[in-house]
Design a binder for this molecule. Structure first.
Ligand code: ADP
Length: 449
């Protein structure tokens, strides 16, 4: 209500009063007019205020109902403030949402406990590690869910050192080991952080096993070498005996050398990047080279009765390029051929072949008519230092690392080592790769299946 309205109503009422009661005179009419004008303005103000209050009870974007000027301005300002406030709430909601999403995406488990140790919230990984169902276990005391004494000690103490324990619940968790750490925050609240350490523990135990195996493998020839040196130094030996001892020394030193070479090969395979598809080589030529190396080996070892090594190229194209690393693949095939020679009787046949396999695979197979392998050993053959017959392996110069190297090489070429064997009849070691690794050198296309 403006001053203008007040003057306007005052004048109107004064004029009406002067017309109706002329004897009041101008001054009287003005007094009555002013009084009535003020009353009218007050009434109009009261009505506008009522309307504004009605609008304020449930403010809508529509301020049409709020007619009078100052109240409309107030209502518009309120609306603007409300919009700003809503935007701030939305931004803060978004921040909290992103924060929770980040904790959900964490590979670590997070469980939040209140002052009494009751579960307030946990992320997906936390739920998995502790087998928590947030709907069911919300507000449950964590000590009631987990009775592991180590864990209870951690919860009750002020220590924040991690505790390693078994994950809780499901069959999946039966072999899962988690490291749990406790962090205090807020007023007496606790954050439990759990990390899956199953693989780390496994790797650590494998590392210890590996070091123990290597030490054992090296210690055996080393003890023999030291004994031989001692004898050579202290015993009155004939030249013939000395030569015999020197030959034995050479044998054991060579064994150690072979072991170190294989260990270095393995470590090199682990440390070098996977061959890129840009690396290509002529598969047939590489296999023929491996075959001639194997022929030389059997002829040098069993000159009277060497193995008969056959080569079968059962592939539709005359020759083919293989996507992969030539020296690694040569080493894998040579390892298989050497094993075939070492674990079969001299004079028997060994066949190296390339053939198409079902499911768009190509197989490079080495088949022998050797001692064969009992079925229970087959799944473990490619483990480092795993041997079926340790003395035969050592006598024939085996390091126990050959098949581990082969498996590593095949996996680096996205392939698989498949072993089939019949005890006393023979074995077949096949390197299986996707056909897409082979590019035919002629126009012929590889057949399917
Ligand atoms: P090694 O150096 O002892 O031969 P490998 O890793 O090459 O080590 O092989 C692991 C074991 O697998 C061997 O000790 C042997 O018992 C068995 N093996 C490998 N190849 C053959 C084969 N062609 N015939 C029979 N047994 C084999």
């Amino acid at each position: 209500m403006t001053l203008f309205s007040l003057i306007f109503t005052t004048l109107i009422f004064s004029a009406i009063s002067l017309t109706l009661v002329p004897e009041w005179g101008v001054l009287g009419a003005l007094l009555v007019g002013t009084w009535l004008g003020c009353l009218t303005c007050l009434f109009l103000q009261w009505r506008s205020h009522q309307k504004f209050m009605r609008w304020l009870r449930s403010p809508s974007e529509d301020t049409e109902g709020v007619t009078s000027q100052p109240w409309r301005e107030v209502s518009e300002r309120i609306l603007r403030l409300r919009r700003d406030h809503k935007q701030q709430i939305q931004a803060s909601d978004d921040r909290i949402h992103h924060f929770f999403e980040a904790i959900q995406a964490s590979p670590n488990g997070v469980v939040l406990l209140d002052e009494q140790g009751r579960i307030e919230w946990c992320n997906l990984m936390g739920a998995e590690h502790w087998s928590i169902d947030l709907h069911r276990d919300h507000q449950q005391l964590i000590g009631n869910l987990l009775r592991d004494p180590q864990f209870l000690k951690l919860i009750q103490s002020n220590a924040s050192e991690p505790v390693i324990m078994q994950a809780r619940g499901s069959a999946l968790n039966s072999r899962r080991r988690i490291s749990v750490q406790k962090f205090a925050y807020g007023a007496g609240r606790v954050l439990l952080l759990s990390t899956d350490v199953t693989q780390i523990e496994l790797a650590e135990s494998m590392r210890q096993q590996f070091v123990a195996n290597v030490s054992h493998e090296i210690r055996t020839p080393l003890t023999v070498i030291l004994g031989l040196i001692e004898s050579l130094r202290n015993l009155p030996l004939s030249q013939e005996e000395k030569n015999k001892y020197l030959l034995m020394l050479q044998e054991h030193a060579s064994r150690m050398n072979l072991l170190v070479t294989d260990l270095l090969t393995l470590s090199k395979l682990e440390g070098t990047p996977i061959p890129t598809p840009k690396e290509q080589f002529d598969l047939k030529a590489m296999l023929q080279e491996a075959m001639s190396l194997a022929n030389s080996l059997t002829q040098s070892q069993f000159s009277q009765n060497p193995h008969s090594i056959q080569f079968e190229w059962a592939w539709p194209a005359e020759s083919a390029l293989f996507w992969g690393n030539r020296s690694e693949m040569l080493s894998a095939v040579t390892n298989l051929l050497n094993n075939a020679i070492r674990y079969s009787t001299p004079g028997t046949a060994i066949r190296l072949s390339v053939h198409a396999m079902p499911e768009d695979l190509v197989g490079i197979a080495v088949m022998d008519q050797g001692v064969g392998i009992p079925p229970e050993h087959i799944p473990r053959l490619s483990e480092r230092f795993y041997r079926v017959d340790s003395s035969r392996s050592r006598e024939s110069g085996g390091t126990g690392l050959g098949l581990a190297i082969v498996k590593h090489i095949v996996q680096r070429h996205e392939g698989q080592l498949v072993i089939t064997s019949q005890f006393g009849v023979g074995s077949c070691f096949t390197l299986c790769f996707s056909k897409s690794r082979l590019v035919n050198s002629t126009n012929e296309q590889p057949s399917k299946g």
